[in-house]
Design a protein around this ligand. Structure first.
Ligand code: ATR
Length: 290
């Protein structure tokens, strides 16, 4: 990282806790590689102080920041404008300050689609997709897939009522996409699971080496491609099983990188160097293991 001067532009991330965020590693590497006099700083912001923090960052002229757990929804009321996609998703993960105006964006969906294409070679148009989960991560996946021309999305969640509620809310707002909730029990039917082109896990299942209750992948290599938004551990039981069955599979690391790349473009107006953020994460992971 270069010297910080009075001319340096500051960006960052707000969340709580924030100590384990990998975003500073990615963004500072890209600023350095491009020779930009910009820095990225993590800020731990307690939930009760979010409004003060947003006004403080505005007053300090912080050019942009990421927003993470638990502030992605709550931050919206403190911003001046919300992008249409962030409005649909109902959450903001990226804020830009320009001419005194704070605009909220959501790059999780763009990051997800970019990773689908890079890591699985899939474009959503015309696909049939099975989505597990009904939280914030599911919302960004549904909106991104729906806006990108996915033909059919089935939503399954442990708590079926949440899936039904989410599908009911978003279906009318995603015309052209057949979006419906299904009971989680259907996941035990390999014929049902095998009828999709793509299976996406948006839940935290797999982070502790666990398996989505009842889920049965079809045998014989005729199942869906599998995208698991979890990236730690890098190979969840779902990804391991998909590998055994010969199904194309990818973890969420590509989405983490691509959402960061999209935020970087929003703030700086330039593309981060190809592969720079991913390489920075890989170096950090190697150090973490030594
Ligand atoms: P996020 O914003 O990251 O999506 P969230 O809003 O807390 O997080 O949602 C977590 C999702 O993971 C939910 O769909 C949750 O299912 P419930 O709605 O039934 O709680 C799902 N989830 C978490 N742990 C799970 C488990 N052990 N088995 C199945 N689903 C699980």
């Amino acid at each position: 990282m270069g010297e910080i001067t009075g001319r340096s532009t500051v960006t960052g991330i707000i969340g709580h806790p924030i100590a384990h965020s990998l975003s500073p590693v990615m963004h500072n590497a890209a600023f350095a590689e491009l020779g930009l006099d910009w820095i990225f700083v993590p800020f731990a912001v307690e939930p009760g102080r979010l409004g003060q923090a947003v006004e403080g960052l505005r007053a300090l002229g912080v050019a942009g920041y990421n927003v993470t757990i638990p502030h992605k929804v709550a931050v919206m009321e403190f911003l001046d404008r919300i992008s249409p996609e962030a409005e649909l998703i109902g959450a903001v993960n990226t804020v830009r300050l320009a001419d005194g105006v704070l605009t909220g964006h959501n790059t999780d969906g763009i990051g997800f689609l970019a990773s689908l294409e890079t890591d699985l070679g899939l474009k959503p148009a015309g696909l049939s997709v099975l989505v597990l989960g009904a939280g914030g991560a599911a919302r960004s996946a549904l909106v991104a897939l729906g806006l990108a021309g996915t033909a059919r999305i089935a939503l399954c969640n442990r708590s079926g009522d949440k899936a039904a509620e989410l599908a009911g809310e978003l279906a009318p707002r995603l015309p052209g996409c057949e979006l419906a909730a299904h009971p989680a029990e259907r996941l035990a039917d390999p014929g049902f699971v095998g009828s999709f082109d793509l299976l996406v896990n948006t839940t935290s299942v797999g982070m502790r080496g666990d398996w989505f209750p009842g889920l049965t992948l079809p045998q014989g290599g005729r199942g869906p491609a599998v995208y698991d938004m979890v990236y730690a551990p890098p190979v969840t039981p779902l990804l391991a099983r998909a590998g055994e069955l010969g199904l194309p599979a990818a973890n969420g690391l590509g989405m983490l990188v691509a959402q960061g790349e999209a935020a970087f473009r929003i703030w700086t107006g330039v593309q981060p160097p190809q592969g720079c953020m991913a390489a920075a994460l890989a170096r950090r992971a190697a150090v973490g293991k030594s």
